[in-house]
Design a protein around this ligand. Structure first.
Ligand code: PHE
Length: 374
């Protein structure tokens, strides 16, 4: 340890003392392995109040004589400590670099890459988009409406008067606790996309050409081909002189665009309150090409959608907001189809539940799923 007993003493020991201090500084600096340790070392040696160099100067460099005699040695020691500090800091940086370099070497470029799943459209979305694209090509635009609908839009304005037996054909899920509301304002889960026909006509006067994709709900027991939640694509075309042959031509074109140009369509009389006349549309069985098979129940035909000429009563409701819907001046057709049914046919799916299962093995069959990305 340093002595504090004056210049006389120093004179004899000075070489030894400085040599010892230098050796201690070198030894201390050699093991500095972190920024904290370097800072500690700096404080130990260069600290302004307690640092060892401060102590040395206080003990040995008090008088001008002492300074003259020992100043150079002292400065040399200080320079040494500063140099050691700098070297330790540089070493620290180099270590960090070399650590990273090492880590880099551990990267095995021959390992397979990280598998990332690439997304794809769900087959139901894809089918809806295909249908939309077909009708967009005919000049239709796209409309949407709420899934929680009022009795008025879902039924009354679609010409299902209160108590009309046709309401029973749509097993409606109604929202509970609405006894105090008038019937027309009561909320239900829409049973079809047809209410958006009325919502659209209330917004825009004729002419109108619109396709309406959307989710609908019916209290259907789930089986292989039915689900209480499913999707429809609705269509509405209103203009002067729209005829049933426009309807037939439009749907025939759409079915050919969807299933291939060899598909045939045929129209059977049917009933919907909001169209008159109404028809069910069948397409020639795409599985047996009309010969008769299990899928078409040996008939060669598969029923796919409902349609008809817009009932004048529906125009009457629309005319309350948009007088342009005057059944004496304009006419129109509407159609509605189940998306699941079409997707099942197009993609050969036999269980409707598979669409909602979230099972990746099923969904990967539609072009999504695994793929190497990046
Ligand atoms: N809304 C009918 C249904 O859900 C389908 C349909 C739409 C029929 C438009 C005719 C016209 O069954």
């Amino acid at each position: 340890m340093m002595t504090n007993d004056g210049a006389n003493n120093v004179g004899t020991n000075v070489d030894q003392e400085f040599a010892r201090l230098e050796a201690e500084a070198r030894a201390g600096a050699a093991s500095l392995a972190s920024a904290e340790a370097i800072e500690e070392f700096r404080l130990e040696w260069l600290g302004r109040r307690q640092g060892r160099l401060k102590q040395v100067s206080e003990a040995w460099l008090k008088s001008a004589d002492e300074k003259r005699a020992l100043g150079q040695r002292f400065n040399a020691l200080k320079t040494l400590v500063e140099g050691l500090l700098e070297a330790a800091a540089t070493r620290g940086q180099e270590t960090r670099w070399s650590d990273e370099a090492l880590r880099g070497e551990r990267l095995d470029v021959t390992l397979p890459g990280t598998q990332r799943l690439t997304g794809a459209e769900h087959p139901i979305t894809r089918t809806m988009n295909e249908l939309i694209a077909i009708f967009a090509g005919l000049g239709y635009s796209v409309g949407v409406g709420p899934e929680v609908e009022t009795d008025y839009y879902n039924f009354e304005s679609m010409n299902f008067p209160p108590g009309h037996p046709a309401r029973d054909t749509q097993d409606t899920l109604v929202i509970a606790g609405q006894e105090r509301r008038s019937l027309r304002d009561r909320l239900l889960l829409r049973t079809h996309t047809s209410p958006v026909q009325m919502r659209t006509m209330e917004r825009v006067g004729p002419p109108v050409r619109i396709v309406i994709p959307g989710k609908v709900h019916r209290n259907d027991a789930a089986d292989a081909t039915h689900s209480p939640v499913f999707h429809q694509v609705e269509g509405l075309c209103v203009d002067a002189n729209i005829t049933f042959s426009d309807l037939k031509g439009t749907l025939d074109h759409a079915m050919k665009a969807l299933f291939g140009s060899s598909v045939k369509t045929r129209f059977f009389p049917s009933f919907f309150p909001f169209t008159e006349p109404s028809a069910d549309v069948q397409i020639s069985c795409i599985f047996c090409v009309g010969k008769g098979c299990r899928r078409c129940k040996q008939s060669g035909w598969i029923e796919l959608l409902g349609c008809g000429m817009v009932d004048p009563a529906v125009f009457g409701f629309a005319a309350e907001k948009q007088p342009g819907y005057d059944a004496r001046k304009i006419s129109g057709f509407a159609f509605g189809m189940g998306v699941e049914r079409i997707a099942m046919m197009k993609y050969g799916v036999s269980e409707i539940g598979q669409f909602y299962s979230g099972d990746m093995r099923f969904l990967e069959g539609f072009g999504g799923g695994s793929g190497l990305a990046g």
